[in-house]
Write a protein that binds this ligand. Structure first.
Ligand code: SF4
Ligand code: SF4
Length: 454
């Protein structure tokens, strides 16, 4: 009996007995939760499109400039040298996701994940508009190819392709900035051929995901979805069916569930939430709305399906906090505080000085030895800085290409210089030398590297 009850766990819900794809024709959701989700999705979509154009102190709001190893988050620049601070931020973020999932289940998936937002709130809405609700779409797909069907399918897929291209371009702006994107699209294609091919590939991928692969990203591919089994427990708040109230189901039984299966027909991943919490449930709330409309019709209280925990349903209590999420909250608070402290106390500049690869020392006629160095100074402040580099450990002379070190705000300065040290000053064939980076008379940073000699 138990085996039969759990038979739905034997195979993915969207595969048939032979292992072929079973297309999910989900009923268009309608109700309080869908309206809330739609409004929320407008903000998420507006954020996604607006981010590359938002500036703070002249810097992009968010920019993931992988090519220059520069990341800007909320107007604050993180350079490659800030990897530790970024790692702390990433750790805090991962812990936040864990805490959020332990407490509120997969709410992220249904409400804020770009995959769901684009699939449910953009692509599927266009589909509803052109092909109609689930039954009409099913009939259309099973009907012969008439001019009407060809027109509908061509219109739908043309719009899908255009949106996929627009999405790819917007994503690109998150990585290269809106100005560079504008420059690139104004240039002839030949000048950015490899970039153009990648863009085509990514656009084709998005089109394939949203027109064909769809909910399988959530049910089969997404690693976050796979983690639910270890993150959720009976106290996590998820979209759940109140079996205490609903069972025994059926029109003639005393439970409130009339077994109409409308919750199943509205589910975009094709599952029956009455079987319990499942990996495929993205907490989209479509089944809550659908069941609430049924409850209204049969004059029963709403929320037979609702956001709640198995523990609360079993015991009739209402609680969100438990030992597990309290412990995660404390760890998150400590980690995030450490991140903020590290960010606020990070040095104003970051210097790297390395001997130019492949070059040895040179003996000069004036009894000095010279080495060539590459230097990079990152300015992490919002002010332009005029700096000076001095050798503080030995007597010697620095000959810098260009002489002056002027670093623009939130930018970096790169150059090459030659360091001359009198022979008698050198202790061995590899002497440790120390540079000081000064702003006026104020020492901002020191950097120690090696100087090779005979
Ligand atoms: S929509 Fe509500 S009443 Fe209908 S089957 Fe689902 S849970 Fe039962
Ligand atoms: S079970 Fe309900 S909340 Fe979960 S994916 Fe299906 S419709 Fe959405």
């Amino acid at each position: 009996m138990a085996e039969k009850e759990n038979a739905f766990r034997d195979k993915p819900i969207n595969l048939d007995e032979k292992g072929s794809r079973k297309w999910v024709y989900a009923k268009k959701p309608k109700g309080k939760w869908y309206t809330r989700r739609t409004i929320f999705s407008w903000f998420v979509l507006a954020f996604f499109v607006a981010v590359p154009f938002i500036k703070i102190n002249g810097n992009p709001f968010i920019l993931m400039d992988i090519a220059n190893r520069k990341f800007i988050l909320f107007g604050v620049i993180f350079w490659a040298q800030d990897t530790f601070i970024l790692a702390l931020l990433m750790l805090s973020f991962v812990l936040f996701i864990i805490l959020f999932t332990v407490t509120f289940g997969r709410i992220w998936c249904g409400w804020a994940c770009p995959q769901t937002i684009f699939l449910e709130m953009v692509f599927r809405k266009i589909e509803y508009l052109i092909e109609g609700d689930y039954r009409k779409r099913l009939d259309l797909d099973n009907s012969p190819w008439t001019p009407g069907k060809i027109f509908k399918k061509t219109t739908k897929h043309s719009i899908f392709i255009l949106i996929s291209i627009a999405m790819t371009n917007t994503f690109l702006m998150w990585f290269i900035g809106s100005e560079r994107w504008l420059e690139m699209v104004s240039e002839p294609v030949g000048e950015n051929l490899s970039g153009f091919i990648i863009m085509l590939f990514v656009s084709a991928f998005f089109y394939w995901v949203y027109s064909y692969f769809r909910e399988q990203i959530c049910t089969m591919v997404c690693p976050y979805g796979r983690m639910q089994g270890v993150l959720l427990d009976s106290k996590s708040i998820v979209v759940t069916y109140d079996y205490q109230r609903g069972e025994p189901r059926g029109m003639k039984n005393e439970g409130d569930c009339i077994n109409c299966k409308r919750c199943v027909s509205a589910c975009p991943t094709g599952i029956d939430i009455r079987d319990g919490t499942q990996l495929e449930c993205i907490n989209c709330t479509a089944c809550i709305d659908e069941c609430n409309s049924v409850m209204k019709m049969v004059e029963q209280k709403p929320n037979l399906i609702r956001f709640d925990s198995m523990h609360n349903i079993k015991t009739g209590t209402k609680t969100v906090w438990n030992t597990r999420n309290r412990a995660y909250s404390v760890v998150l608070l400590i980690l995030f505080s450490f991140f903020v402290y590290t960010l606020l106390t990070r040095p104003v500049i970051e210097t790297t000085i390395l001997r130019t690869p492949g070059l040895l020392y040179q003996e000069n006629a004036d009894n000095t030895i010279s080495n060539v160095y590459n230097m990079k100074i990152v300015n992490k402040t919002h002010d332009e800085m005029e700096l000076e580099m001095r050798l503080v450990s030995h007597k010697g002379e620095i000959k810098l290409a260009g002489n002056k070190i002027v670093v623009k705000d939130q930018d970096y300065f790169e150059s090459t210089f030659i360091l001359y040290i009198p022979k008698k000053e050198l202790e061995s064939d590899k002497t440790k030398v120390k540079f000081g980076i000064f702003k006026g008379d104020k020492l901002l940073e020191t950097y120690t590297t090696s100087f090779v000699g005979p």
